[in-house]
Design a protein around this ligand. Sequence first.
Ligand SMILES: [Fe+2]
Length: 266
Amino acid sequence: MVVLKDVRIDADFDFLRSVEPPHGTGSKRGKYVFWRVVNGVRDGRNSVWETFRREVFEDDENRFEKFREQIQSVDAQIDGIARTIFNRHRFLTETITWKFQRNRGENMHIDNLNGCDKAAQIRLFANLDNKPRQWSIGRHWRHYAEREFDRAKLSDAVDDPCDFNHRLSAAAFGVSTDTCREPRHMIEFEPGEVWLANSALVAHQVRGGDVLALVHHEYPYRSYTDPAESLPALLKNLARRRSGAPVPIAEKIRTALQAFRLKRAA
Ligand SMILES: [Fe+2]
């Protein structure tokens, strides 16, 4: 996890906190995407804006316009931060998700992100509530994966990172409605605070806080500075070691070249 200590998003947190989300169901409740870019084509998602205009603001044009202005301003700020940090990447998709959820706590878990078998995601979060957002952070994926691999018989999921993470999370932390006893750090993010965490590789838990925006633009795993740290590569490496198979020559060369490149860049 990386917290951007000197960055604060400028927004009307009291106003955003006052927005009651439209009713949804299940895990989709309170999550909205106002625009997306796929293959360079922008999709404005008019139906989402219209849902807010009708169901939330009941055609109060002044409040709706304020809402639209706040969403667009925050999106521009966090998208700008993501582009500054990851400026060498060409994104496969660009998405910002807004969450107007009413969190009452969840179990610690590792995310089983859509498409995590094919592409990496930036995971840049901004607290837009008018009170601190509380999270807990556990350990890196490799700690739990090493520990649970044999015990939870995860070897038959090594070719599917999404399924592996789903099963790993259940094995390490139990079901989502449960409370596990794994050690964790607690952290509070102030209104406007920004942080990054690869939630497919770091155990985490939302303990409180309701309004959040998340930049999760996708980029290819091959764009990693150190490809060996990507989820599929970590999984491949773990599966090979546990099977006792020797390291292929090509992989040894790749690893040596990567270590050389990283040393030169340092
Ligand atoms: Fe999560």
